[in-house]
Design a protein around this ligand. Structure first.
Ligand SMILES: N[C@@H](CCC(=O)N[C@@H](CS)C(=O)NCC(=O)O)C(=O)O
Length: 213
């Protein structure tokens, strides 16, 4: 299976983590958003990362890709079967992608991706707005982060992968939740980071970053 993108993207990392958790063989094809590469554009009609190619089947969007992988490789499950747990897992995925990312990526794009990687000026007013939105979002996450175990009661799931992945990206711009302010988030996040799949992806990500710097 080919995954197009780069691991700085929380959405790409999310798919990589799901693939490693499930023991699926995959290869990262380093691709920037908007790349004109024909294979990438066939998989991602709007040029967003991640995109995936599995044999002659192509798909974009991290949640769509993980839904596909879950159906094709059901074990270990990343989407719980219990109706309430399934609903909660999808909620946390959506929360990560459209609430946490919506604010966090304002900071990432305007302080790091734009000015440092794409060499286009960032808009500091938008970055500051994103940063100001984060405490309310972290307060919610702190209120639901479990003392033990995972965000959804049935076990480790897409919920943990999706939320933790964006937190790692936000570490790059120093706006991830501070352990002294959000101890429950920190304890849960540490458990996610202890997982072998997380360590494998982090090592791969760090190696790419070292080669680029
Ligand atoms: N909902 C999509 C979001 C993907 C996304 O927005 N990726 C960003 C990179 S982190 C991107 O490609 N942005 C370029 C664009 O929006 O044109 C997913 O879960 O895959």
């Amino acid at each position: 299976m080919l995954i197009y993108g780069g691991l700085l993207s929380p959405y790409v990392r999310k798919v990589g983590l799901a693939a490693v958790e499930k023991g699926i063989a995959w290869e990262l094809i380093l691709t920037n958003p908007g790349s004109p590469d024909a294979d990438f554009r066939a998989a991602s009609p709007f040029g967003k990362i991640p995109a995936m190619k599995d044999g002659d089947f192509a798909l974009s969007d991290s949640s769509a890709i993980i839904a596909y992988l879950e159906a094709k490789y059901p074990t270990p499950a990343l989407l719980p079967v219990d109706p309430q747990a399934r609903g909660k897992a999808v909620w946390f995925d959506e929360f990560a992608d459209t609430i946490l990312c919506a604010s966090g990526l304002k900071v990432l794009f305007n302080r790091l991706v734009g000015p440092k990687l794409l060499k286009i000026p960032g808009d500091e007013a938008i970055a500051a707005q994103g940063e100001a939105e984060l405490p309310r979002i972290y307060a919610y996450l702190e209120s639901v982060a479990p003392v033990e175990g995972w965000l959804v009661k049935d076990g480790f799931s897409l919920a943990d992968i999706a939320v933790a992945s964006i937190l790692r990206t936000l570490e790059y711009v120093h706006v991830a939740p501070k352990p002294e302010e959000y101890p429950a988030i920190a304890a849960w996040y540490d458990r996610v980071r202890d997982r072998p799949a997380w360590q494998q992806i982090a090592t791969q990500e760090d190696a790419v970053r070292r080669r680029r710097s």
